[in-house]
Design a protein around this ligand. Structure first.
Ligand code: IPM
Ligand code: MN
Length: 345
């Protein structure tokens, strides 16, 4: 019989509340014969304050034994900025080689966008997750003097670019519109930019039915606001992807509904699924957080593990819930309950 062995990291702030709803919906959608086993991990600010640890080798070994990881959110004002970001989140993405950072954007019916005319937004950003300026390459000399110099070196390997570009082509090919845009800045970042462009064009020969375009990242921010419907799949580097996916979330209903997957496509390590939003300590514990982004992340998780129809049922449930939501105010728990009822029915 089938089973899912899931590592659960609620984390900080609203992470606890939204993950509880994600698990509720997951249990409701799974068929009887699928055995769901979960193990909860206490990573985050509380553990860091108590032990000084963010993510140890032993933690990584324990996480590695799972089929996938569901993460709520990590971060708290009591921990200096950067400690948990680097010491937990980025460490995990790098250790488990999460090189495909998948961030879909869909403007669902009934969801408000700051854009005029309710455009049909349905695209996915494939953000490279293990290279670029995120590797920590660089340093500061003459620190603390007026002559300080800081470098932050972007690392781009042919291996790393090719695998994420190929993944993006395959995703584009599987979608009805079959369009792929490379977003970079190859007029200025000529070294990395040309490597990306060359590999993008070369790999494209294997996908003749995919329509491609190249776009500078600054131009992409304009089009994401003025013509978001033109995008289907976007592939881009780690930092550009970080920035444009926040913009993408903002135009397609906000971070309340933005889901993401940190994926190791070959399954050498468990992939991790998380809402794009943070721990929101200002509203934590009040039942005000929208669990939809976490629930949609559970759908990405299920799709990654091969449970396509269950993933689709969750997405349909969230779509229907948002469409009928109107101006009613419900608690985090009530939204989770409503979604669990929908996926079960
Ligand atoms: C994200 C976040 C992280 C990133 C931070 C918290 C390190 O902004 O998941 O987009 O920059 O990747
Ligand atoms: Mn970000």
């Amino acid at each position: 019989s089938r089973s899912i062995n899931l590592a659960v990291i609620p984390g900080d702030g609203i992470g606890q509340e939204v993950v509880a709803q994600g698990l509720k919906v997951l249990s409701a959608v799974l068929p009887q014969d699928v055995k769901l086993e979960t193990r909860e991990f206490d990573f985050g600010a509380r553990r860091y304050r108590a032990t000084g640890e963010t993510l140890t080798d032993a933690d990584l070994d324990a996480l590695k034994k799972h089929d996938a990881i569901l993460l709520g959110a990590i971060g708290d004002p009591s921990v200096p900025s950067g400690v948990l970001e680097r010491g937990f989140l980025l460490k995990l993405r790098f250790a488990f080689d999460h090189h495909v950072n998948l961030r879909p954007s869909r403007l669902l019916p009934g969801v408000a966008t700051p854009l005029a005319g309710q455009p049909a937004i349905d695209f996915v950003v494939v953000r490279e997750g293990t290279e670029g300026p995120y590797t920590g390459n660089g340093g500061t000399i003459r620190q603390g003097t007026p002559h300080a110099v800081a470098t932050e070196v972007s690392l781009n390997t042919a291996f790393g670019i090719e695998r994420v570009v190929r993944d993006a082509y395959a995703r584009a090919q599987a979608r009805p519109r079959k369009k792929l845009a490379l977003v970079h800045k190859n007029n200025v970042l000529v070294h990395a930019g040309h490597l990306w462009t060359d590999i993008f064009n070369k790999v494209g020969e294997e996908f003749p039915d995919v329509t491609t375009e190249y776009m500078h990242v600054d131009a992409a921010t304009i089009y994401l606001v003025t013509q978001p419907e033109r995008f289907d799949v976007i592939v881009t580097d780690n930092l550009f992807g970080d920035i444009i996916t926040d913009l993408a979330a903002a135009v397609s209903g906000g971070i309340g509904v933005a889901a993401s997957g940190n994926i190791n496509p070959a399954g050498e390590y468990p992939s991790m699924f998380e809402p794009v939003h943070g721990s929101a300590p200002d509203i934590a514990g009040q039942g005000k957080a929208d669990p939809s982004a976490t629930v949609l992340s559970v759908a990405l998780l299920l799709r990654h593990l091969g449970y396509e129809s269950e993933a689709a049922r969750i997405e349909d449930a969230v779509t229907a819930d948002l469409a009928e939501r109107g101006t009613t105010t419900r608690t985090t728990d009530e939204i989770g309950d409503a979604l669990a009822v929908r996926v079960a029915g």
